[in-house]
Design a protein around this ligand. Structure first.
Ligand code: MZP
Length: 496
């Protein structure tokens, strides 16, 4: 046997040491953008996420409702694969069909409306404008505005209206269609305008942001916000039926696939990756895993994986370590794989993103995982607690809970995830069926979590994930210093 000398450690055994917080290091300046799939060093990844969160490939987590909400918030879900091919493809289609039309405060549109509905409303409504931003949020870059037709000045028809609306502020933003809606609305408010023309010099087009009701926009310069954009969605696959499942998912419009297995260092995964790359070349992106060391990482990268998922036995519902005695502390696994990834990058000029999967309990664990080299994080328990997860909400005593079961539990019957090439059934359970405390809407929880992550990153002196990965200082903690880190030696007042 080969003995590894490093102890298997997990996130709770580490802390971050603050770096210099410069004046630019404020939470509003922090970008959580991250690469999802491999790319050449210096290039952008062809799929980027605005927040480094993906939801677990699990029946009790990643259905279409959660996928839509997470994508709208800048992350991505992998629709669970432990279901018939057609129903999984239908879930993917439901997410891709969703078009967000965010609208002025004075209309009745909801995010379910299509672009056609938005245009229809704009044409019917006097002086109404709907913005479209690149990420679906008011803070995204403005891609265009749907305005009532009269006010759109076409190339061949330079109407006098342009001149009428030309104000000093128009000059201010000539050629800057890339300002945000928030900024546009702020200019309207600051300069007490009724209308703000935005001129796209290249296109010779003028767009107008209208303030229909001055006072109602007073408090909230985000009122005109916009998006119409297809949402990103992923899907889990297995190493058994991929020749049928992958084409169906691709046909449904899936953006990225991930081979879902508790132990991904296998020839089954190698073959699956090779088949996908042979059939689709680089058009279909696929992640693989899970692995916990450099050997597993290099093997799957060689087979063509676009990202690698790290983690065995750390999931909150997972009993693989107890049942099979395999696994590795999540922090140690991540540090080892991240090192292999960095060496691979030096040797080849290719950056392969890694995903830390499972075992994240506290929000600060997420920052530690990113600092240790993860590019994005997969979570099950975290998302299972929200309204949008597909499971039942129940009342137990005075508390509300939601159901959360592992893919290795008898309930999920996902034998493919634990398949060692034998017969088609689950031999023994590797996961439990459980409850998690109900936590309300995803959006509210995400805002709090992301706020904490940004604040911690500022303490570390980093306003972007790559800078955190490069510069974070991480220390091991002793068990006595963990005690020191909580409230101690005081008598806590009772909380009502
Ligand atoms: P967590 O976020 O709940 O701690 O962990 C979620 C992860 O646990 C999943 O992404 C998956 O890798 C893993 N998982 C899912 N089901 C089981 C199981 O039944 C499991 N053992 O380990």
């Amino acid at each position: 046997a080969v003995y590894l000398n490093d102890v298997s450690r997990t996130f709770g055994e580490y802390l971050l040491i603050p770096g210099l917080t410069t004046k630019q290091c404020v939470p509003t300046n922090v970008s959580l953008k991250t690469s999802l799939v491999k790319h050449n060093v210096g290039d952008k990844s062809s799929i980027e996420l605005n927040i480094p969160f993906v939801s677990a490939i699990m029946q009790s987590v990643s259905g279409p409702e959660l996928a839509i909400e997470l994508a709208r918030n800048g992350g991505l879900s992998f629709i669970f694969g432990s279901q018939p091919i057609e129903s999984q493809a239908e879930m993917v289609r439901r997410v891709k069909k969703f078009k967000a039309g965010f609208v002025t405060s004075d209309s009745n549109l909801t995010p379910e409306n299509t672009l056609a509905d938005v245009i229809d409303l704009v044409n019917k409504t006097e002086h109404s404008t709907i913005g479209i931003t690149d990420d679906g949020t008011p803070n995204g870059k403005l891609l265009g505005l749907v305005t009532s037709r009269d006010y759109r000045i076409e190339k061949d028809d330079p109407s006098t209206k342009v001149k009428e609306f030309m104000t000093p502020f128009a000059k201010l933003i000539v050629g800057e269609v890339g300002i945000t809606l928030k900024e546009a609305n702020q200019i309207i408010w600051d300069h007490k305008l009724n209308t703000l023309p935005i001129i796209d010099k290249d296109q010779n087009l003028a767009y107008f942001v209208f303030r229909k009701d001055y006072d109602s926009h007073r408090e909230n310069p985000n009122e005109i916000s916009g998006a119409d954009k297809k949402l990103l969605v992923g899907a889990g696959i297995n190493t058994r039926d991929y020749t049928e499942r992958v084409p169906a998912l691709v046909e449904a419009g899936v953006d990225v696939l991930c081979i879902d297995s508790s132990d991904g260092y296998s020839e089954w995964q190698y073959e699956t990756l090779q088949w996908i790359k042979k059939e689709y070349g680089d058009k279909v992106k696929v992640g693989a895993g899970n692995v916990v060391d450099r050997d597993g990482f290099l093997y799957l990268v060689k087979a063509g994986a676009d990202f690698i998922k790290v983690g065995i036995g750390g999931g909150s519902i997972c009993i693989t370590r107890e049942q099979k005695g395999i696994g590795r502390g999540q922090a140690t696994a991540l540090i080892d794989v991240a090192q292999a990834r960095d060496e691979y990058k030096e040797q080849t000029g290719i950056y392969v993103p890694i995903c830390s999967d499972g075992g994240l309990v506290h929000d600060y664990h997420m920052v530690l995982a990113l600092a240790m080299g993860a590019d994005f994080l997969m979570m099950g328990r975290y998302f299972a607690r929200f309204d949008e997860s597909p499971t039942k909400k129940l009342r137990i005593g005075n508390n509300f809970v939601k159901e959360y079961w592992g893919e290795g539990s008898n309930r999920a019957q996902n034998w493919q995830r634990y398949d060692m090439g034998g017969s088609a059934s689950l031999k023994f359970e590797e996961g439990v069926d459980s409850y998690v405390p109900y936590a309300g809407k995803m959006k509210d929880n995400l805002n709090l979590t992301l706020g904490k992550i940004k604040a911690t990153m500022c303490s570390c002196g980093a306003i972007a994930i790559p800078a955190l990965q490069k510069n974070a200082k991480i220390t091991l903690v002793s068990s006595t210093s963990i005690v020191e880190g909580g409230a101690h030696d005081v008598i806590l007042k009772e909380q009502n």
